[in-house]
Design a binder for this molecule. Structure first.
Ligand SMILES: O=C(O)CCC(=O)C(=O)O
Length: 270
């Protein structure tokens, strides 16, 4: 049986069925505090879509994590059943077409066979289609793509047709402080920010308190090495670097899941 994520049974049911829950999270004073943190730490000269977890500076990654998780964890605790913060981030869209983010899956943070990790996506200002609200393929978490490494692309053209025939795309225009809680197995993306203002979202990634955090490292197109990680992992390492200088913590190698037509078709037959 799958571990519970939400304290509230109705929210849990919706999370199980759809792969997400929308709920109010932050008050205006918390949003103002996050805005100030973003402005104080922002190093400028970015373009398109950028996420603080991929910033070059380990100090920046650490500072953002510390401040975002401190400001979001209390409200998150109100909803989630015994989860802990793994990574606090800002995910930002600068104005312009280049900030488009096609449908994708985030990499896995834990073994998701019987438990879920959660992302809480909370805009600091209202979001809509024009400035890049999140969209999801409702129910796509149930495809069960649980072994996802960093650095796989999901660009096969026929995949989009397959997905749009099978799943309903739902967009989430949200008020500042409202949040989308999504299961990391859910396919999601966002249109470009075509407004004139930068869109800033605070994002908190949480895992069950007792879960071992993991990193699925791309060894080849067909192989993922599984590493145990600790609290410091996302400050010490920048994803996508050719050499992460990981200690020899590998336990096993698994076959990666990614959104390819081949994998989706074989899963459909099962
Ligand atoms: O902030 C966005 O628009 C998308 C974020 C996202 O897809 C991600 O962080 O994986």
């Amino acid at each position: 049986m799958r571990r519970i994520t939400f304290k509230n049974k109705l929210l849990q049911k919706s999370f199980d069925e759809n792969g997400y829950v929308v709920a109010p999270l932050l008050q205006s004073n918390q949003l103002t505090a996050l805005e100030k943190v973003y402005k104080r730490l922002d190093t400028g000269n970015s373009s398109g879509f950028h996420a603080s977890i991929l910033h070059n500076s380990a100090e920046y990654r650490r500072n953002v994590h510390g401040q975002v998780s401190e400001l979001m964890i209390g409200a998150a605790d109100g909803y989630l059943d015994n989860y802990r913060a793994l990574s606090g981030q800002f995910v930002v869209k600068e104005p312009g077409k280049r900030s488009f983010l096609p449908h994708h899956l985030d990499w896995s943070f834990i073994d998701e066979t019987n438990q879920s990790s959660v992302a809480i996506w909370c805009p600091l200002k209202d979001v809509n289609h024009e400035n890049g609200n999140l969209t999801v393929l409702e129910g796509s978490h149930n495809i069960g793509l649980t072994k996802r490494g960093f650095g796989y692309t999901h660009t096969e053209r026929k995949v989009q047709d397959f997905l749009s025939q099978r799943f309903k795309e739902v967009a989430f225009p949200l008020k500042a402080g409202e949040s989308l809680f999504y299961d990391h197995r859910l396919i999601h993306g966002s249109p470009p920010n075509l407004s004139s203002l930068t869109r800033v979202v605070s994002l908190l990634i949480l895992i069950p308190t007792e879960a071992q955090s993991l990193y699925y490292h791309r060894k080849s197109e067909k192989e993922l090495e599984v590493y145990k990680t600790d609290e410091e992992f996302y400050f010490r390492y920048k994803m996508g670097e050719p050499k992460l200088r990981l200690k020899k913590l590998a336990e096993k190698t698994v076959t990666p899941n990614y959104i390819s037509l081949e994998q989706l078709s074989s899963l459909k037959k099962n």
